[in-house]
Structure formats: C-alpha cells, structure tokens
Design a protein around this ligand. Structure first.
Ligand code: LHQ
Length: 260
C-alpha cells in the first residue's frame, strides 16, 4: 500500500507530500498520524532547516475524509477527533522552529485549507482553489481556520469565506492576503523547493524566534509584545549566526549561516 504521506529530504529541505491522490488527499487517521510524524521528524532532524508541504496529484487536500465508514455519524465525537488528531498537528506546524512553505498545488478544502494556512509562507498554483467547505456539510470551520482567517484577511472576508463557503481562486486568495504568491502550475513545486533551500541557508534560529514572536503577536498588547521581542532578540543576539551576519557585513562578504 502507498504511504499516506511521503517524506523526502534534499539537502537541508524536507518535502512532505500528502499522498492519497485518488481521494484528493482527504485526511483520514493514517494520513493525519503520518503527517504529524513527518512534522516531528523534520523538527528532530538537525540537518533539516526548512520544510515544504504539498499534495500529490491534482489537489492539496479535500479536508476530512468523508468516505470513512463512520463519517457523518452522530456516534463520532468530532471534538475529540480534533483534539487528538488535528490540534497537535496544527500546533506542531506553528511551533516548528523551522520555516514551513505550503505549496498549494490544487484545491485546499475544509481542514485541508486549515493545514495549508498553518504554514509560514503559503504559495499556490494558478489553478489552486480554496474552499471553507465546512458549513456546506453542516460543520463549523475548524483545525485553526477561525483563528487564521480573521488574522490573514480581516473580519468581513473571514466571515464571508466561512459562511458562504464559496470556492476562491488562487488569484483572489492572493489579493485577499491568504496566499503570499501564485505561481504557474508547473513552477509551483520547483519554486517552493528553491525558496525553502534559500531559507535553509539563512539564519534559521532567527526564523524560529520570529515565528514565536509572530505566533504570540495578535493575542498580546503592545507592551507585552515589546517585552517578548526583547526576550527573543536577546536569544537571537547570542546565536553564532548573528555574529556571522555582522562579521560578513563588515567584511563585505557573503555570510555563511549555520542555523546555530
Ligand atoms: C473525497 C473528499 C473527501 C473523501 C473528494 N473525503 N473523498 C471534519 C470532520 C472530522 C473532523 C475534523 O474536521 C472536519 C473538517 C473538515 O475538513 S470538513 C470538510 C470536508 N471536506 C469537504 O466537505 C470537501 C468535499 N469535497 C468536495 O467538495 C470536492 O471534492 C472538491 C471541491 C474538494 C473537489 O471537487 P472536484 O474537483 O469536482 O472533485 P470530486 O468531487 O470529483 O472528487 C474526486 C474524488 O475525491 C471523488 O471520488 P470518486 O471515487 O468519485 O472519484 C470524491 O469522492 C473524492 N473526495 N473530497 N473530503
């Protein structure tokens, strides 16, 4: 049987591919478990300094697997499923001390869209589409969508996306700020991997600390956030990469960052 998630390392970049193309990479238990494990593996491997997440076939992910026997049954406790399978994954992505590039190669629906949005830089293929599919089947946006959407696109758009559940084209997603950049379909993965390779050669400890500051930002008042910046900058100021960055600047040479 094919692995539900492929994990491949090239140089300092791990590429994680959702791999159930026959069902548009719908999220079942096996895929979610493997995805959580892949994120953990990328975190534990010191040689990996940036991660790309993408989908096999024509979709990124169609969200929760609605084909499993008990889908739609009132017997299933969706809250428990979210807590056990989705929340640890979304939190692990946000807490990963390495940048994650989401390469949305096709439709990202429901919790599949939430996973895409949990990346640090979201790229999309021109033919990709985004769909808050949840309310279409009588559910609410989950796996972080109600957190990410207002923060990325503002209240009005977040509410309209969640309530209308209309498919949004990649160009529209880019215009709204859901996506950093849209690439021609065939250029998406090479671009994402090239970007991740560049990120992996930069001061990745600083990215880890910047992620922590940004994760906390919108929940903090200014004074608290300034204090957090000071604490994290103190840590950044003690890295080898900071010393190298300044030394290289002064010597007018290219810096060599080690992620330490
Ligand atoms: C699928 C799926 C799918 C299984 C396409 N499952 N097979 C919920 C519950 C539990 C806990 C946690 O949280 C959640 C949150 C959620 O994620 S709820 C939202 C679940 N997702 C959806 O409601 C989206 C359902 N899919 C669609 O609306 C369409 O498939 C989209 C718009 C994604 C793509 O449309 P098309 O490009 O027209 O493709 P298709 O519909 O023909 O799908 C292709 C195949 O993939 C098809 O199988 P078949 O055997 O007929 O070729 C679909 O049945 C299968 N598939 N989504 N979520």
């Amino acid at each position: 049987m094919d692995e539900p998630v492929l994990y491949r390392v090239d140089g300092a970049v791990a590429t994680v591919t959702l791999n159930r193309p026959e069902v548009l990479n719908a999220l079942d238990e096996a895929l979610l478990t493997a995805l959580r494990a892949a994120v953990a593996r990328a975190g534990e491997d010191d040689t990996v300094r940036a991660v790309v997440i993408t989908g096999a076939g024509r979709a990124f992910s169609a969200g929760a697997d609605l084909g499993v026997a008990n889908a739609g049954s009132a017997e299933v406790d969706l809250g428990a499923k979210l807590r056990s399978r989705y929340h640890p994954l979304i939190l692990a992505m946000r807490d990963l001390p390495k940048p994650i590039v989401s390469a949305v190669n096709g439709v990202a629906a429901g919790a599949g869209m939430s996973i895409a949005l949990a990346g640090d830089v979201v790229l999309a293929a021109a033919s990709a589409q985004f769909l808050q599919a949840f309310t279409k089947i009588g559910l609410i946006p989950d796996a972080g969508s109600t957190y990410f959407l207002p923060r990325y696109v503002g209240e009005m758009r977040a509410r309209a996306l969640a309530i209308l559940a209309e498919k949004i084209l990649a160009s529209e997603a880019e215009r709204m700020g859901l996506v950093w950049k849209v690439l021609p379909d065939e250029a998406l993965l090479p671009y994402a991997q090239q970007l991740a390779t560049q990120l992996a050669a930069r001061p990745t400890r600083a990215y880890a600390l910047a992620k922590r500051a940004l994760n906390a930002s919108l929940g903090n008042d200014l004074a608290t956030q300034l204090e957090l910046e000071a604490e994290l900058q103190r840590a950044a100021g003690h890295t080898e990469d900071f010393r190298e960055g300044v030394a290289a600047f002064r010597a007018k040479r290219a810096p060599v960052f080690k992620g330490r």
